[in-house]
Each structure stands twice: as structure tokens, then as C-alpha cells.
Design a protein around this ligand. Structure first.
Ligand SMILES: [Zn+2]
Length: 234
């Protein structure tokens, strides 16, 4: 997602005012258990620290920028493969992805967007003026989707220049592996929930425009292609 979209629409539009309502819809039995666990022991799940590597040493973020693939690169439409090993190489790459995302500037970047068809993404949903909150999610899964939705004007670093409002659940409960290799379960809400769902979509070959009507999607894709052609011609 792009930072400019957020700047232009700094105020979150809520479809309803129920964001504090944490009713959740279980997806399967495991998630029902997870929900019970969450309800009965909220403090059990620690807040994710800023990006840390093995032994909780901060990962260096002074690294080179990666190239971001644009639509219609076929990798963006592939279902990404699970990450099999969390090692220094992966941690280095995630650090580079964060650098690349910040430089873009964006609030999320998924591995397929840099040409790696693996299930991992980085995000930093902090708003302007808020302290940075970088996150790396490896093999993420959504365990529960909240019933309340929110509408947010989304953009994508792989579709620069086009934006559209997308409605998604305002709260999600996720399970993922963090950069130190630990399995975590965590609830994301509001903007963070939107960003996480947008990025997780990338791991399944889905782009934010796929959530729009065909008419709107085709219009935006045409607009994007035209802008790219004009850019190439300059
Ligand atoms: Zn995107």
C-alpha cells in the first residue's frame, strides 16, 4: 500500500462505528479454540517488538533497495510457497524489504512483489507522527475475521498511481512466524488489519483491485496501463 494514499485520506472512513466491538466469526475449530484462548488470556500474547532477529538483536536496516515488480508481472498472480526456513538470509531479505517499502514510500510489501514467490511480508502501519512499527510476518494465516468492516482507500506499490476504496474486516486474528522463528498469534485492528489483509492477499496472487467491481477494476487497470505507457514514452 502506498503512503500517499494514506496521506491523502488520513481520516479513516468507518462504515459503522463499531470498531470497539470485537465480535469475531470463527473460521474453523482451531480458530474457535484460539478465540477462547485469546479471550481467557489476553496478556499471553506479547506485543511484537520492533523487527528483531535471532537472540532479539535488531536487524540492520542499512541495506540495498530491491526492485518492485509492477502489474501485470505473472509472479503477482501466483500463489506463493510457504517459507521453509527462517535463517539469516531470510532476515536479511526482510530487512531489505522494509528498506524498500519505506523508500517507496509504502506501508506494506509482500515477497512476491520483489519477485520472490514465498509467503512473507513486511508492513509498518504507523501513521505519520506515530513511532515506526515495522513488522515481518512469515507464513501468515488469518484465523478469524471480525464481523465489523472498515473501508479504506488502498493503493499498491505494484500498481502505482491508482487508488480505490476497499471494504475489509476491521479486525483479524492471525498466526504467523516472526523473524526469530517463533510462532505468534496476534490480533490486528483498524489500519493494521487493512494493511495485513492487503499484503496477505499478495501471497495468494490477489491484488486490491480484485475486490472491486469488474467495471471499476477494468477502468483502473486501463488507467494504470496508460500511465505506464506514457511514462515509458518519456
Ligand atoms: Zn500491494
Amino acid at each position: 500500500m502506498t503512503q500517499s494514499a494514506l496521506r491523502r485520506f488520513g481520516v479513516e472512513r468507518k462504515k459503522n462505528d463499531g470498531l470497539t466491538d470485537h465480535r469475531l466469526r470463527p473460521i474453523d475449530e482451531w480458530s474457535r479454540q484460539a478465540r477462547l484462548l485469546w479471550k481467557t488470556d489476553k496478556g499471553r500474547i506479547p506485543a511484537m517488538p520492533a523487527l528483531t532477529g535471532a537472540g532479539n538483536h535488531p536487524i540492520s536496516t542499512v541495506m540495498g533497495k530491491l526492485s518492485i515488480l509492477f502489474y501485470p508481472d505473472p509472479i503477482l498472480r501466483k500463489t506463493a510457497e510457504p517459507v521453509e526456513q527462517v535463517d539469516d538470509e531470510l532476515r536479511r531479505l526482510l530487512g531489505q524489504m522494509l528498506e524498500t517499502m519505506r523508500a517507496a514510500p509504502g506501508v506494506g510489501l509482500a515477497a512476491p512483489q520483489i519477485g520472490l514467490s514465498r509467503r512473507a511480508f513486511v508492513m509498518d502501519p504507523a501513521r505519520e507522527g506515530e513511532p515506526p512499527a515495522p513488522r515481518c510476518l512469515i507464513n501468515p494465516e488469518i484465523l478469524e475475521l471480525g464481523e465489523i468492516t472498515r473501508i479504506h482507500e488502498e493503493g499498491c506499490l505494484s500498481l502505482p498511481g491508482i487508488f480505490a476504496e476497499v471494504e475489509r474486516p476491521a479486525s483479524i486474528f492471525m498466526r504467523y512466524v516472526d523473524p526469530s522463528g517463533e510462532l505468534r498469534e496476534e490480533r490486528f485492528e483498524g489500519h493494521a488489519a487493512t494493511v495485513a489483509q492487503h499484503e496477505l492477499d499478495h501471497l495468494n496472487g490477489v491484488l486490491f483491485v480484485d475486490h472491486l467491481s469488474r467495471l471499476k477494476r477494468d477502468f483502473l487497470i486501463r488507467k494504470f496501463r496508460k500511465a505506464r505507457r506514457e511514462e515509458d514514452a518519456v
